[in-house]
Design a protein around this ligand. Sequence first.
Ligand code: BTN
Length: 327
Amino acid sequence: MSKVRNQLLRLLLEKKSDYLSGEEISRLLGISRAAIWKQIEELRKEGYQIEAKQRSGYRLVYRPDRVAPEEIYPHLQTRHFGKTIRFSFSTPSTQILAHEWAREGAEEGAVVIAEEQTAGKGRLGRSWHSPPGTGIWMSLVLRPSIPIQAASHLTLLASLGVKEGIEAQVPVPITIKWPNDLLIRGKKVCGILTEMRGDLDAIDYVILGIGINVNLSKEIFPEELQKKATSLMIEAGKHIHRASLVASILKCLEDRYQQYLAEGFAPIREKWEQASQLVGKTITAHTFQGSVNGVVLGMNEHGALLIQTENGVVPIYSADLDLAASV
Ligand code: BTN
């Protein structure tokens, strides 16, 4: 997206419902009337409705629901998260872009966000359905000074932060399915993918990939997902403003991250156990080594789920949980 396009849109947004004269735009951006007109036409193609009136200038009358930086920044209340955002209309995966950016030196809190992913990545090599204009598909760069063994804490604090960020904006009850799926009435509404680079001594960077089904209608989900997945719009019964939701999530994520760096994992673990509503439930954990059936006791200090089985307590570090047996 061109720099001039972004500058012009920012000027129109700042004016709110007032007119911005062509002369003023020309002066502020140093471009000709013809160039202004070209940019106005480009914005219109993107779905912005811009009124042009002789002697008054241009006025923004409708903004499409976009997760572009200029829509997110006015809502942002963070210190670092989301202060720099790279936005794409369509990309294979925001994870790929975030890795590239992190390798080039992106600072902590940098965000990559897209309207659409054509090859969205899920956990355990799965794909992530990311249709255009409907969800939040974003990746956040973190550079924590923690040992590599503690990286699983980040996944757990992320699920808590994202849950809190959604609940601050949308009146829906969300539960966390270990390690980091967010569910509404048992159906998945958000998934988190944590990837990192580093060596045994230290983490270089972590990419937290967050996928949230926001304004997807039932028919947009592929048939195989319709029974298992849901969206915030389906559950809340109304369209959700995605840019303010992104800002709310970044704020809650940053708060939980700062708390973790200052106080360690214990307060996160306690909050996570309450929010997950898993403790005391009978579940089956499908691990690479086989299935483990038992009652959830809680989580240990490494973020592993503790399951009371007939043969004693088993810590689960990685698994797909089956809650069918839960009561
Ligand atoms: C899961 O399997 O539950 C994790 C899904 C993570 C999806 C998000 S969408 C933004 C980021 N980019 C990707 O390709 N994946 C993550």
